[in-house]
Design a protein around this ligand. Structure first.
Ligand SMILES: C[S@@+](CC[C@H](N)C(=O)[O-])C[C@H]1O[C@@H](n2cnc3c(N)ncnc32)[C@H](O)[C@@H]1O
Length: 475
């Protein structure tokens, strides 16, 4: 084993007291007590009020948990304010376009019952599955991304309190004992542009953290939990922009990462998340099953006809988030890949990895409004037009599969927004709804959920700050 020695030993040991003080302050943030405010009451729901948005439309604002029997009229606009994004295991890791927990919790309670079987065919970070579990429903999460399945498994696996606490304490002690010379240089992972993404001190610290997790003498589930805590700090100690879904280095951002940052942030992450995981584990029922099968795809689901009572999902957007690229540093450090991510990208619906032969001609999906937009995009950019077409083609396959695996009278609830492709408004929700009707679904209801962080003024027809919730029923 070779050992590294650097001048940066000066930055160590780090101060555990300071970290504990910081974590304590963070955990001290309280949700506002909305019951004290004089909200307009709709049928006696204290956390629901009607208000007018900046376009002069009436919207229903719901603060916190959404009442199960909330009256919903077709095409109503809602503004849901979430307080639970980081409770229990929900906040273990960032994930682009993840559900706020109140939404799947509400839909699960409204459209299924205890003991039912639920599928999320684009399960991402497993928010649906966490809520299904906590609400006594069996669930399956399908995602082509290995990082997503790993994260979801960790978020839905209850752990033993004393093992968690003693492992945390061992890890904290090892962090205090850190010296660059302790790092096993042979164990440092190699991946494309590693030394551009990370400063050399950080590479040593991250590698050391990985080693001390592996050295724990505990079951794999506990190690996996700490690996997710490890993964959750990787972006912030890299040289990449923390706030961009793509992993990119921006010179202008002038981000500074210092020696000891990885150790400090990891210590913060485990001090924050161990109590949340303990609380989650306490609340977990023991007679509920959860599965994140590998080698499955939202377009080809390996479950029998009529197996599920409810399907609930937020699919990717066309041409919007490149998930493998978003999580590439985490994927490399966790050892899921060490080279090109293109084969993984190709599995994703909405992918930009398409070949030139695919977009030589204009393709039609046979939904009038969609075909009009695709044609307009084609005139500007045939490649993007093909990506948009292929997205709807793949979503049709998914809708057919879900129709097949749902029981009669089961619901498929899809939360999906719009996006812009070559400056053309691409109304995914509208096209998906038309395709669903063509397959045999009945549209029971659809309504809008405003996305608060995009609450900005843009002309009405261009507004993309809304998700649509489609409630489709298998007849
Ligand atoms: C919007 S995210 C879902 C987020 C999720 N609702 C949550 O709360 O974390 C969409 C997911 O679809 C996955 N995905 C893309 N193509 C897929 C496919 N062909 N089959 C299954 N999952 C796919 C992506 O990996 C991504 O995790």
């Amino acid at each position: 084993m070779t050992r590294a020695q650097t001048k940066s030993e000066l930055f160590y040991p780090i101060s555990l007291d300071k970290i504990i003080e910081k974590v304590g302050k963070k955990n001290g943030r309280k949700r506002p007590d909305y019951t004290q405010k004089s909200f307009y009451e709709i049928s006696g729901y204290p956390n629901v009020k009607e208000q007018i948005n900046e376009y002069g439309e009436k919207i229903i604002r719901v603060d916190g948990d959404i009442p199960v029997d909330l009256p919903i009229e077709n095409q109503r606009r809602f503004l849901f304010i979430s307080y639970d994004q980081t409770i229990l295991s929900h906040g273990l890791h960032k994930y682009p376009a993840k559900f706020f927990p109140e939404l799947p919790r509400w839909l699960i309670k409204r459209y299924s019952k205890n003991g039912d079987k639920i599928i999320d065919p684009f399960s991402g970070s497993g928010t649906t599955n966490v809520e299904a579990l906590l609400n006594h429903r069996h669930s399956v999460g399908i995602d082509v991304d290995p990082f997503s399945r790993f994260l979801s498994k960790v978020k839905t696996t209850p752990l033993n309190k004393s093992e968690l606490e003693s492992s945390r304490d061992k890890l904290l002690q090892s962090i205090l004992d850190f010296k660059p010379s302790l790092v096993n240089m042979d164990a440092i992972p190699n991946f494309p542009y590693r030394d551009n993404w990370f400063n050399k001190e950080i590479i040593l610290e991250l590698s050391y953290i990985k080693e001390i997790i592996e050295a724990l003498k505990v079951e794999d589930d506990i190690k996996d939990f700490f690996k997710i805590c490890f993964s959750s700090i990787i972006r912030s100690v890299s040289n990449a922009d923390d706030n961009c879904t793509r992993t990119v280095i921006r010179k202008k951002l002038n981000k500074r990462v210092y020696p000891a940052d990885a150790l400090t942030k990891f210590a913060e992450a485990i001090l924050t998340n161990v109590p949340k995981m303990i609380e989650f584990s306490k609340r977990c029922p023991t007679d509920i099953t959860i599965d994140f099968p590998i080698h499955q795809d939202a377009r080809s689901i390996n479950f029998p006809d009529g197996y599920f009572n409810l399907a609930l999902t937020s699919p990717p957007y066309a041409n919007a988030v490149d998930y493998p690229r978003t999580h590439q540093l985490e994927i490399y450090w966790l050892g899921f890949e060490n080279g090109s991510l293109t084969p993984l990208k190709r599995k994703h619906i909405g992918t930009e990895s398409v070949s030139a032969t695919d977009y030589r001609t204009l393709h039609k999906i046979n939904v009038r409004k969609a075909d009009n937009v695709i044609r307009r995009i084609y005139e500007k950019d045939p490649r993007r037009a093909y990506i948009a077409y292929k997205y709807l083609f793949d979503m049709r396959k998914n809708l057919k599969e879900i129709y097949r695996v749902l029981k009669k009278n089961g619901y498929y609830i899809i939360v999906v927004g719009n996006n812009k492709i070559r400056n053309e408004l691409f109304e995914s929700w509208r096209y998906i709804m038309s395709i669903a009707i063509g397959i045999g679904f009945e549209v029971e209801n659809y309504f809008a959920s405003e996305i608060i962080k995009h609450f900005i003024k843009v002309p009405r027809e261009e507004r993309i700050n809304t998700d649509w919730i489609l409630v489709l029923k298998k007849r």
